[in-house]
Design a protein around this ligand. Structure first.
Ligand SMILES: C[S@@+](CC[C@H](N)C(=O)[O-])C[C@H]1O[C@@H](n2cnc3c(N)ncnc32)[C@H](O)[C@@H]1O
Length: 251
């Protein structure tokens, strides 16, 4: 029977992909040996994505997002940098996202790191901001580009509108958030095209991509779609629920 056979294959593939999302603390990874880390730490602003100032239906947003207190932020970032150091190849690279509020702390900790070097900073400009009544909206993320060794790997062009419709550069990436209807939502899910652009610029097919703070697991979804291998984790079990829905959507 052809249809049961296809369904069995799909179920097996889903099981294998779900196993690559592990519920664990970033500090408990060891020896992953990734080519590239793409990761997006909590913001340190008492964020849970459910505030009334966000333009979304709160009922669809999953619980369990683990935020970092600003008092412990520098220490947590040191932990993240250790995680990156211990889990990348000798010539590995990392792209670390940051909202604007505490990006100075991330910058300072990278500069102090003996193992990692800051190679540059990119900006992601996006189309969503909290509905600000008192001041203008501020739609920028910073992305710190970090390498473990003395060299870096970088492709000049990607296949998204970032390079096909504009002058290729790595200063500003302009991508809209891609909202999905009728499925559980993760508070800070990164858009597909943004991750695609970063993967195409900073990695090759079959590379191993790692995200120790993966939330919805979007880094894994796009890695898989672009023929990269991936492994990732989060403390929030609900992130894995969103990941399963995203896999169903994209596959
Ligand atoms: C900004 S979100 C990541 C969102 C993700 N990039 C996406 O596209 O969905 C940061 C994540 O870090 C997780 N987190 C916080 N502390 C952690 C820790 N010590 N170990 C693992 N995950 C942690 C949070 O639960 C949250 O899901």
């Amino acid at each position: 029977m052809i249809i049961p056979c296809i369904l069995d294959r799909y179920a097996k593939m889903m099981r294998e992909l779900l196993e690559r999302y592990q519920i664990k603390d970033m500090s408990s990874w060891d020896g992953v040996n990734a080519d590239l880390v793409i990761t997006d730490p909590p913001f340190g602003i008492k964020f849970d994505g459910k505030g009334g100032n966000y333009n979304r239906d709160v009922d669809n947003v999953v619980d369990g997002y683990v935020e970092w207190d600003v008092k412990e932020y520098a220490e947590k970032i040191r932990g993240l940098l250790d995680c990156i150091t211990n889990n990348t190849k000798d010539d590995g690279q990392a792209l670390i996202f940051s909202g604007w509020n505490n990006s100075n702390l991330i910058h300072n900790e990278i500069i102090k790191s003996a193992e990692l070097s800051l190679r540059g900073k990119l900006y992601w400009a996006y189309n969503f901001a909290p509905a600000c009544k008192l001041r203008p909206a501020h739609n920028i993320y910073e992305i710190f580009w970090v390498t473990k060794g003395k060299t870096w790997h970088y492709h000049n062009r990607c296949s998204t509108l970032h390079c096909t419709a504009g002058e290729p550069n790595l200063t500003t990436l302009i991508f809209k958030r891609d909202y999905k209807m009728n499925m559980p939502k993760y508070p800070t899910r990164l858009p597909f095209k943004l991750i695609q652009s970063l993967l195409e610029h900073f990695s090759n097919e079959e590379d191993l991509i790692f995200d120790p703070l993966c939330g919805s697991g979007m880094v894994g979804v796009v890695s898989y779609m672009l023929k990269r291998d991936f492994i990732m984790g989060d403390l929030n079990e609900n992130g894995k629920v969103v990941f399963r829905h995203l896999l169903d959507y994209y596959l």
